[in-house]
Design a protein around this ligand. Structure first.
Ligand SMILES: Cc1cc2nc3c(=O)[nH]c(=O)nc-3n(C[C@H](O)[C@H](O)[C@H](O)COP(=O)(O)OP(=O)(O)OC[C@H]3O[C@@H](n4cnc5c(N)ncnc54)[C@H](O)[C@@H]3O)c2cc1C
Length: 63
C-alpha cells in the first residue's frame, strides 16, 4: 500500500495526479494538497484578460 501526495494542483501537479490515478493499485491512496479547489490553465490567462475566454472556460473544479 502506498500513499502518494501531490503538492500543488497547478499545471504539473494536476496532470500528475490524473496520470497517477490510472496507475494506482486497489489499496493505494492519492492525495492532492493545493490552495483552493479549482485549477486554472495559466497559459490561457491572457485570453481571459483580453476577453477571448471567460474565467470558467479555463478553470476546472477539482473537487
Ligand atoms: C501567461 C502565461 C503563459 C504561459 N504560457 C505557457 C505556454 O504556452 N507553454 C508553456 O509550456 N508554459 C507556459 N507558461 C508557463 C507555465 O504556466 C508554467 O511553467 C507552469 O504553470 C508551471 O507549472 P507548475 O505545476 O510547476 O506550477 P503552477 O502551475 O504554478 O502550480 C503550482 C500550484 O501550487 C499551488 N501552491 C503554491 N503554493 C502552495 C502552498 N503553500 N500550499 C498549497 N498549494 C500551493 C498553487 O496554488 C498552484 O496551484 C505560461 C505562464 C504564464 C504566466
Amino acid at each position: 500500500m502506498s500513499h502518494i501526495v501531490v503538492l500543488g494542483a497547478g499545471l504539473g501537479g494536476t496532470i500528475m495526479a490524473y496520470e497517477m490515478r490510472d496507475k494506482l493499485r486497489s489499496d493505494d491512496r492519492l492525495s492532492v494538497v493545493t490552495l483552493g479547489t479549482s485549477y486554472s490553465f495559466v497559459p490561457s490567462n491572457p485570453w481571459v484578460a483580453v476577453g477571448w475566454r471567460e474565467r470558467d472556460d479555463v478553470t476546472v473544479d477539482l473537487a
